[in-house]
Design a protein around this ligand. Structure first.
Ligand code: ADP
Length: 416
């Protein structure tokens, strides 16, 4: 019997033991080939039935789980897969991704889990793929694929440390180049002829672009490896968003665009609709919010040749909704899910001339999700885009309590 599959109690048909000899023959059957593949791959593969019990586990799964096959087969997944999160906390049964995939019947992946191998008591970081099989009687069974990613994570860490050090080191000389070019271009500190001014203008622009790229790279590596963590505070969202957005009013006007801020229903934002003011509370990191909104508004300015930019805050009982809308070039439908990826830029006739790093929206997404939020875009090519941020809303009572506690802590820290 192939040791990764429990022998059927009631039937001898299709037993691996009978199939195994032909594996080495000239023309192995499809089921033999399946078995060879399952036995040889480095990934752990397990099949979980509709009842949640493990029906099959390949040798790699057995190795990663650190138990004998007989200790796995027929047992409920919950007592086989012992998951921990990054902080070393055991994952509660209702947060177990296998339970979620079995319940929802949806494909899922996770890269932030650790799995306990019972024999060595060792906890290994794993990457896990959960592929529900087509449902039978409305219930789905599940194929679980998992592998050890300790080496991958180490390599990623080394790569991100390199990028972080390199961008940090390069930011300083670039800032100095930008500063000196600024001095050369300033009529009160230097006199240059018009030709030189045109050249230096281009050099100044490029040095600013480079400075932005290094800063974005530094931020993205720091966010990726958890060096920057949000410090959420209880805030009133309308006034916070308004104060950040209003700072960009000058840049918006400089491009010849109009600017509107509103709170309440945002659907009529750019057509001058009526707004109902609300007082909205949430737990947010103010610096993260500044970065997110500045990024979205800078993009709105960049990608809007003429028209208007609007920022709006509204809420229902559960969520706070912040939108940044423009009447710009828009985003093709097939690109909307890619633009939040690292270094992704849309390359077409409209965008080619516009500079950028392709990191801005990645950073927006990382920062938003770090505050338990979501971000997405709705857009029509040629008509404009609306970026939507959604955060959990905080009740006024919770706000008062949190705000009071935060003020007390701040006073204690200040020794008052
Ligand atoms: P970039 O530095 O290129 O602006 P981002 O990550 O901020 O990088 O944005 C990714 C891409 O998404 C951009 O290259 C652009 O094509 C598109 N994009 C972002 N914001 C807008 C917008 N408001 N209108 C149209 N296209 C946009």
């Amino acid at each position: 019997m192939a040791f990764w599959k429990k022998k059927k109690q009631d039937s001898t048909a299709h037993q691996p033991a009978q199939i195994a000899p032909s594996v080495t023959g000239p023309n192995p059957s499809t089921s033999n080939l399946n078995e060879i593949v399952l036995q040889s791959i480095h990934e752990g593969v397990a099949f979980i039935g509709q009842d949640g019990n493990v029906r099959l586990a390949n040798p790699s799964a057995v190795r990663l789980l650190g138990r004998g096959l007989d200790e796995i087969l027929g047992l409920n997944y919950d007592s086989v897969f012992d998951f921990f999160d990054k902080t070393g906390q055991r994952i509660e049964p209702d947060r177990n991704p296998i339970a979620i995939a079995l319940r929802t019947g949806k494909y899922a992946e996770a890269r932030d889990l650790e799995l306990l191998a019972r024999d060595s008591r060792k906890v290994t970081p794993i990457s896990i793929l959960l592929s529900p099989t087509p449902p039978v009687d409305g219930q789905s069974s599940l194929v679980v694929t998992f592998r050890d990613i300790a080496k991958e994570l180490e390599e990623e860490k080394a790569r991100s440390e390199f990028i972080s050090t390199a961008s940090h080191e390069m930011r300083t000389p670039v800032a100095s180049i930008e500063g000196y070019l600024g001095l050369a271009l300033n009529p009160s500190t230097a006199s240059i002829d018009e030709r030189a001014r045109a050249y230096l203008d281009k050099a100044h622009e490029s040095s600013q672009h480079l400075g932005r790229l290094f800063q974005d790279l530094l931020d993205s590596t720091k966010l990726d490896d958890g060096q920057i963590q949000p410090k959420p505070k209880a805030v009133e969202v309308v006034s916070l968003v308004k104060s950040i957005a209003d700072e960009q009013a000058g840049a918006i006007a400089q491009k010849g665009l109009s600017y509107q801020f509103g709170s309440g229903s945002d659907e009529s934002q750019l057509t001058g609709g009526r707004h109902i003011s609300q007082v909205i509370y949430a737990s947010l990191d103010v610096d993260f919010m500044r970065e997110i909104l500045n990024n979205l508004i800078e993009n709105a300015i960049k990608y809007t040749p003429a028209g208007a930019i609007g920022v709006n805050v509204s809420a229902d009982d559960m969520n706070v909704r912040i939108t940044v809308s423009d009447t710009g070039i828009g985003i093709p439908r097939e690109e909307t899910e890619h633009i939040f990826q690292k270094f992704y830029r849309i390359d077409n006739r409209d965008t080619r001339e516009i500079g950028g790093t392709g990191l801005g929206l990645y950073l927006v997404k990382e920062r938003t999700e770090a505050m338990n939020g979501r971000v997405w875009v709705e857009s029509t090519v040629g008509q404009g885009s609306k970026f939507i941020l959604l955060f959990p809303r905080m009740s006024e009572k919770d706000y008062q309590q949190r705000h009071f506690a935060e003020q007390n802590t701040a006073m204690q820290n200040a020794g008052l």
